[in-house]
Design a protein around this ligand. Sequence first.
Ligand code: ADP
Ligand code: MG
Length: 222
Amino acid sequence: KRERQLLSEKQAAAGQLAAGIAHEIRNPITAIKGFVQLMMSEHKGETTYYNIVESEINRVEMILKELMVLAKPTKIHYQELDIQRLLDKVLTLMESQTLLNNVEVIKNFHTLEVSVVGDENQLKQVFINYIKNAIEAMPDGGKLVVEGIHVNECVHIRIIDEGSGIPPDILERISEPFFTTKEHGTGLGMLVSNEIIEEHKGKINILSNTEGTSIEVILPTA
Ligand code: ADP
Ligand code: MG
């Protein structure tokens, strides 16, 4: 138990460090990107190398954005959040991606009438991360179930996909920083989500087999 606590403290410290570095690197990267775009517009027709530079910069920006979520943001704002509304907002944000990927969303949370205390942007980020992973796990489309139930003093929210699942040896590693099995993955989604849920005094349970994956988030109700 003590060892796990130490590990999680170490991970939190590493997260803070990474987030601090991400903040410092972001401005110069934004400047570099601006100049590359300027150069591209001045050298139309011979843009292949510029395109590579630009797409790699975009990738760096994506990694920085994810890392920065790990920083204790100054504008973190805890408030009472209606879970039903929060999930509806997240699914609206993800609608183009689900449509483009032939993913049918089944919402089973409309009987929930509970609130949690949390930071809206951070909690949205958690569900966006899980839903993105679910979509990416179903390259040929499928069903995505988002369900919520109220049990005692907690709300259980599950994101269930029909993907090919997470093999046990990989399951152990998915929360390691930069661990990814995807060609263009950042390997930060699970880590960032873990940190946020921990910060909100919640729990995460993952069930996975070759038929699909269920990610359950348990949060104390307000
Ligand atoms: P990324 O999505 O950039 O790879 P994540 O931290 O979000 O990084 O996920 C880490 C890894 O966990 C993924 O590369 C994938 O192997 C695995 N994973 C997470 N969610 C799922 C899921 N729903 N189905 C299958 N594999 C998953
Ligand atoms: Mg991901």
